[in-house]
Design a protein around this ligand. Structure first.
Ligand code: SF4
Length: 412
């Protein structure tokens, strides 16, 4: 069969770093061993309805899998375009909706002929197998049975050819921390890890394919800190870190030993989820980090040349000007190189969303603000407070980061 995998364009354009849908490429790789698989990624390709229909006919597409994404960090929700694409394709071929939005809502997506509602590769396999009795794809029985994603499949798309030094790597999925705002629990309830050998083999492939920047997509690379240390040590021992640079997301529960190993392994950026400088708000978020140790840990990472990103949220129900200032003071003490401050967002899939009054659940996400009765700050005021702080912060941090780049080079 000819199968078309489609990533629709995001509902809102966000300035985002390099990335692609790991989910899409994983499924494409698995199916491509048995079928001819094509990819259209409208997060980076332009969409023209006429050309698209012509493409579907020219390539004799039989089935289309349309990814319905949700608010993952690096991408965005894309369900408006997904629905439109499905409506167009329904006139000609079979459509299957899959993706985080479907896994969270657990219901049929719009007019798609089929919807995969569980985040489980075998459900995609079963769905495809029903169309061709003579070419049955066997089930994947373990996480390590997944083939390494075939990164060459993206190279027909100019954006990925232009970013040929960058790739993504997934060493684990999920995180068992209890943050109530975290939407990931809605689509990935358990924590699963690839074996060390699997990861080493994939990095070796990545290296021999000429990639230089490896963005690790794990929700929380250090959730199991002893595994993270062991893995990083093995990468160094196998000399796989040479000529590669790694970028990871982590909670702040790491120690100096991990940071030293990460630095040795050419981990150039660590993006830390810290969220707030106020202990009561962290308890409300059920974040489980030791806030007293955070400034020391971040400053230690800075001192050895790792570039640090801090992610914060303001807008908890008990947020006041005092607690916002506590967060800003923490940011200054940490001397983070990049700071992302978001409004608290009650997102579908998170436990926070479940706590919302039903009458507020009219959208898939609701900002915490005075207008929605969720805190004492108007949406525009939160925006202004954030922007004013960040402007000042980056001005005062400029010379520090310039010095860091002089000594340690740019992060990528
Ligand atoms: S540590 Fe990060 S990935 Fe884990 S639950 Fe919290 S926000 Fe989600």
């Amino acid at each position: 069969m000819n199968i078309l995998m489609i990533y629709p364009k995001p509902d809102k354009r966000k300035k985002s770093r390099f990335g692609f849908s790991y989910e899409m490429l994983t499924i494409a790789t698995v199916l491509s061993k048995y079928h001819r698989v094509h990819i259209k990624d409208f997060s980076c390709e332009s969409f023209d309805e006429g050309e698209f229909i012509e493409y579907v006919h020219r390539e004799n597409i039989d089935v289309a899998l349309v990814e319905c994404d949700s608010y993952a960090l690096k991408r965005s929700q894309n369900i408006l375009h997904a629905a439109r694409i499905i409506d167009i394709l329904n006139q000609y071929i079979t459509t299957i909706a899959y993706g985080n939005y479907c896994y969270i809502t657990k219901s049929n997506f719009d007019n798609a002929k089929h919807t995969i509602t569980e985040n489980e590769i075998n459900n995609v396999i079963d769905c495809i197998n029903q169309f061709e009795q003579n070419n049955q794809i066997p089930h994947i029985k373990a996480y390590d049975e997944l083939p390494y994603v075939n990164r060459d499949m993206l190279l027909k798309i100019p954006y990925y050819r232009e970013n040929a030094k960058n790739t993504l790597l997934q060493t684990s999925k999920g995180c068992e921390n209890t943050c109530i705002f975290c939407q990931r629990k809605g689509w990935q309830c358990c924590y699963v890890t690839h074996s060390d050998d699997y990861v080493l083999g994939e990095i070796s492939n990545i290296k021999s394919s000429g990639f230089q920047n490896v963005w690790i997509t794990d929700e929380n690379f250090t959730f199991n800190l002893s595994r993270a240390k062991r893995l990083v040590k093995k990468i160094i021992q196998a000399n796989l870190h040479d000529n590669l640079r790694f970028f990871i997301s982590s909670w702040a529960n790491v120690d100096e030993e991990f940071l030293d190993l990460a630095n040795q392994c050419n981990v150039r950026i660590i993006s830390f989820g810290i969220e707030s400088g106020d202990a009561e708000i962290l308890r409300f978020y059920r974040k489980n980090i030791n806030i007293d140790r955070v400034p020391h840990i971040i400053r230690y990472a800075n001192s050895i040349g790792i570039f640090t990103v801090g992610n914060f949220i303001i807008g908890a129900p008990m947020e006041t000007e005092v607690t916002i200032n506590e967060t800003f003071e923490l940011i200054k003490r940490c001397e983070l190189d990049q700071v992302n401050i978001k409004n608290l967002d009650y997102m579908i899939g998170s436990s926070l969303y479940e706590l919302l009054d039903d009458k507020l659940k009219t959208e898939d996400h609701i900002f915490a603000c005075f207008e929605n009765g969720l805190n004492d700050f108007k949406l525009n005021d939160i925006k202004r407070i954030k922007e004013t702080f960040l402007l000042e912060y980056y001005k005062s941090h400029r010379s520090t980061i310039e010095k860091k780049i002089q000594i340690h080079g740019t992060p990528f």
